[in-house]
Design a protein around this ligand. Structure first.
Ligand code: HEM
Length: 488
């Protein structure tokens, strides 16, 4: 008994000293021997987000780097933008927590390691270039018109939560442009698919918060694992059918040609299938994992950002009127489709989207696996650890953005003198070489949808009532967020 007690005391002292090594960045307050800060993660997803935000503020006070201990394992939190760039390019691989999603997303771009990621990213990059986006624009207009028509039932009603409308809109747009589903089939990737993806990400968040479940030996016997497998099975069934059907169709018809005026385009899935056939570039499983990744990464982030943008516009009538004035000047014809030139000329609308993403970054932080010593301005990160780059905290740093950092001010984007000089101060699409492949796609989708909605509706909302929670994507808690009136 005495020997056990001595061992325990020794373990506590060892753990206490390990957490306070002088070479380590400052430790988050509240860390306890053996468990570190793990206990502070427990709670709902609103709590988790508040905790991470507090972590970001603490980190900023400590010259941009701090340590959070999960048990005896260090997580470095980084908010210094230059240090974030160094880490993200020095450590291209993702930490073990991303591997929670490995069974679902596998070799998709988000979860894969460098040997697979590098050649696959190179192959997929052209699928998201400007020329391809221009061919999608006709379809984006079609889907945005359908969104406006669906939203019309909410006119003059009580405030409502618009997110499900935006989920439906982004899924339809992605189904058409990425999968090539026709109008009858586009509901295959429906809200049911989205609900399953949301549930599965919920499982990954819960697993992150309950640190004993980080170990496969505990997780594999939990009901969460059983549910994850059920969901993956159902999701696979949906996408395998889509891919099989598209393969057959592709064999029947030769590839569509790009044609801006008629709205003809080649969906991302066709590009991938063609590369698989012609260059043997992807296996069937890899194709599914890439498409699953693209859908999951696209719809949740874009629909959530649209939700925030609408609430922010509803809370700032002067901004809303200014955007509308710009839309009317640029488009002139009230019913015209939005063209690629229009998108370029809608600079204030662009500023609204940028400012929304600054204040509400859909992906508020990203992770990297530290595999060898990474030298930052003040510290060297130890290999065998995880680094969290707090993108949202960079956007809310008054040292970079000034005293009005928390205000929604699209005007700041119109004058370069009112923006931070550091190019890494604005990174909603990630930082370094693994930045978001869908950046241009989502900008096209969101600007097109907002322009259509603003032409038709007057929006009211109150951003001060919005509570946010971390669900891999930073989401507003379900509630009644905006109301609509028809524009006369
Ligand atoms: C508002 C919308 C979006 C935001 C805020 C966003 C944000 C991000 C961020 C921060 C990353 C970096 C992740 C990391 O380094 O761990 C990322 C990566 C990625 N995003 Fe997005 N994204 C958005 C929309 C989209 C869309 C529409 C697509 C697909 C069409 C997409 C596909 C991807 C993919 C595949 C990656 C992994 C890239 C790689 O590692 O090579 N995203 N995104």
């Amino acid at each position: 008994m005495f020997a056990v007690l001595v061992c325990f005391v020794f373990l506590i002292i060892w753990s206490w000293m390990r957490m306070r090594r002088p070479s380590m960045p400052p430790l988050f307050p509240g860390a306890l021997p053996l468990i570190g800060n793990s206990h502070q993660l427990i709670g709902d997803r609103i709590h988790l987000w508040k905790f991470i935000q507090e972590g970001g503020k603490y980190c900023q006070k400590q010259d941009g780097v701090a340590t959070l201990m999960i048990s005896n394992y260090p997580y470095y939190f980084v908010t210094d933008p230059d240090d974030c760039l160094v880490v993200s390019n020095a450590s291209l691989n993702k930490p073990y927590v991303y591997k929670f999603a490995e069974k679902f997303l596998g070799s998709g771009l988000i979860t894969s390691d460098e040997p697979i990621w590098k050649p696959h990213r190179k192959l997929l990059n052209p699928t998201f270039n400007q020329q391809i986006m221009n061919t999608f624009l006709h379809e984006m207009n079609v889907q945005a018109r359908s969104l406006v028509s669906k939203l019309s039932v909410e006119v003059d009603k009580e405030p409502f939560d618009p997110r499900s409308y935006f989920v439906d809109f982004t899924l339809s747009t992605v189904s058409r442009t990425s999968l090539g589903l026709n109008a009858e089939d586009q509901t295959i990737i429906s809200n049911e698919y989205a609900d399953m993806v949301e549930e599965i990400f919920g499982i990954y968040c819960k697993r992150f918060q309950k640190v004993w479940l980080h170990l496969n030996s505990f997780y594999n016997f939990s009901p969460m694992k059983w549910r994850e497998e059920q969901l993956i099975k159902s999701l696979r069934k949906i996408l395998d059918n889509v891919i099989r059907k598209r393969r057959v169709e592709l064999k029947k018809h030769s590839e569509e040609t790009y044609d801006l005026s008629s709205g003809k385009f080649t969906p991302a899935l066709d590009h991938t299938l063609n590369m698989a056939d012609e260059q043997n570039a992807f296996s069937d499983q890899e194709i599914r994992e890439h498409i699953d990744t693209l859908i999951a990464a696209a719809y949740d982030t874009s629909s959530t950002t649209l939700t925030y943008a609408m609430i922010l516009l509803g809370s700032n009538p002067h901004v809303q009127e200014k955007v509308l004035k710009e839309i009317e000047e640029v488009l002139q014809d009230k019913n015209a489709d939005i063209t690629k030139d229009n998108l370029q000329n809608l600079v204030y609308l662009d500023a609204v989207v940028k400012e929304t993403l600054r204040l509400y970054s859909a992906i508020p932080f990203i992770g990297r696996k530290v595999e060898f010593p990474v030298k930052l301005k003040k510290y060297t990160l130890e290999p065998g650890t995880t680094c969290i780059l707090l993108l949202q905290s960079i956007h809310l740093d008054p040292k970079l953005w000034g005293p009005d950092v928390n205000e929604f001010k699209p005007e700041r984007w119109l004058d370069p003198d009112t923006l931070p000089k550091n190019p890494n101060a604005y990174v909603p699409f990630g930082i370094g070489r693994r930045y978001c492949i869908g950046r241009l796609y989502t900008t096209y989708v969101m600007k097109t949808a907002l322009a259509h909605m603003l032409r038709r509706f007057v929006i009211s909302g109150d951003i001060t009532k919005v509570v946010t929670q971390y669900d891999v994507v930073l989401k507003p808690v379900i509630g009644h967020h905006i109301s609509l009136k028809l524009r006369t």
